[in-house]
Write a protein of this length. Structure first.
Length: 338
């Protein structure tokens, strides 16, 4: 595994820790102002980070239908299959863990099809998957059919401006758009920045100073928010962006700082034990809320700390065992040579 891939995995690990930790402390946000601020500043960057990373390994495609089909089957369709497959399993498990009625469970399957903000509890993070695949499609079309880089960014910034210009986009009689598709207006900019930023990252000078200045900026903004002097919040799923400029600038700046930090952490090898969290980030994304549901039935360990630790560790163990089992089964099916 090359160093560049490893620091990307480290960045995904940091982002995934923030996601699980944020969900673990969410119930305490109404009672404690400091927890509410901590929750809010995590949301400034952790979900945009994954959209930025999503742009790292994109490539333009040829301008024909067969090329788009290959891209769709390779990058989009596996995510859609995982969305419905994992969604089905988690809904059925939640039915028994939470004691849902079959009427509620049947309705939940319909909500899985509609997606977006209609999903909650165990499937609350599933909005990310649909928005992610839709953003992939939009950005690949953009970099393939619009050859001018300034024009690409003009389109992305125009979409972002449109995305922050309203509170909710209704679909027919419903308050939310299927699959949270309108969030793509915001995430296209992040993924496009990731596409070009990954190419430029090795050439960026003075990375240490950039990290330090960004860290200071983050601390100052967080302090201002704690003092109730800064009105800035960013929640992609809720389509909440207070302060449009900061909504575009802050996630990108903090993500760059995290990439620099991840690069250093990977080079030191002291933090290599975090790499499995990045390698199995998809499993954690899908499973950590289910872990929370299970912990709710275990007295004494149903707290934010154990939720964070086990919400990270258990999905890694399950995904690792699944990978090993799949590899063993594949080898078992291979014909033996005499």
């Amino acid at each position: 595994m090359g160093k560049r891939v490893e620091w990307v995995d480290m960045a995904k690990a940091i982002g995934m820790i923030a996601v699980v930790f944020g969900h673990a402390i969410h119930p305490m946000t109404d009672a404690h102002h400091s927890v509410s601020v901590l929750f809010g500043v995590l949301y400034w960057w952790h979900m945009p980070l994954f959209f930025i990373i999503g742009g790292f390994f994109l490539k333009p495609i040829e301008q024909n239908l067969s090329a788009f089909k290959r891209f769709f089957m390779h990058r989009v369709w596996p995510n859609i299959k995982m969305y419905f497959g994992a969604g089905t399993i988690l809904i059925l498990l939640a039915h028994f863990l939470r004691g849902h009625s079959w009427h509620y469970t049947a309705w939940y399957f319909l909500r899985l099809v509609y997606g977006g903000r209609t999903l909650n509890k165990t499937l609350t993070i599933f909005w990310f998957i649909t928005v992610y695949v839709l953003t992939l499609i939009v950005v690949v079309i953009l970099i393939s059919y619009v050859k001018s880089i300034p024009a690409q960014f003009f389109i992305a910034f125009t979409m972002f401006a449109a995305g922050v210009s309203y509170k909710h986009m209704h679909f027919l009689v419903y308050k939310y758009v299927p699959w949270d598709a309108d969030i793509v207006l915001l995430t296209t900019l992040y993924m496009l920045v990731g596409y070009y930023g990954f190419k430029l990252y090795p050439q960026i000078p003075h990375k240490g100073w950039i990290f330090l200045s960004t860290a200071v900026m983050f601390i100052v903004l967080a302090f201002l928010k704690y003092q109730r002097l800064l009105v800035f919040s960013l929640s992609l799923k809720s389509h909440k962006v207070h302060n449009s400029f900061l909504g575009a600038f802050v996630p990108i700046a903090i993500s760059l700082a995290i990439f620099i930090l991840s690069d250093w952490m990977t080079s030191s090898h002291f933090f290599d034990w975090l790499l499995p969290i990045g390698l199995y980030s998809n499993a954690i994304m899908y499973m950590h809320r289910l872990v929370f549901d299970v912990l709710a039935h275990v007295p004494g360990i149903d707290n934010w700390l154990m939720q964070t630790i086990l919400g990270l560790v258990i999905p890694v163990i399950v995904a690792s065992l699944y990978k090993r089992g799949k590899h063993w089964w594949h080898n078992r099916q291979l014909p033996t040579t005499s």
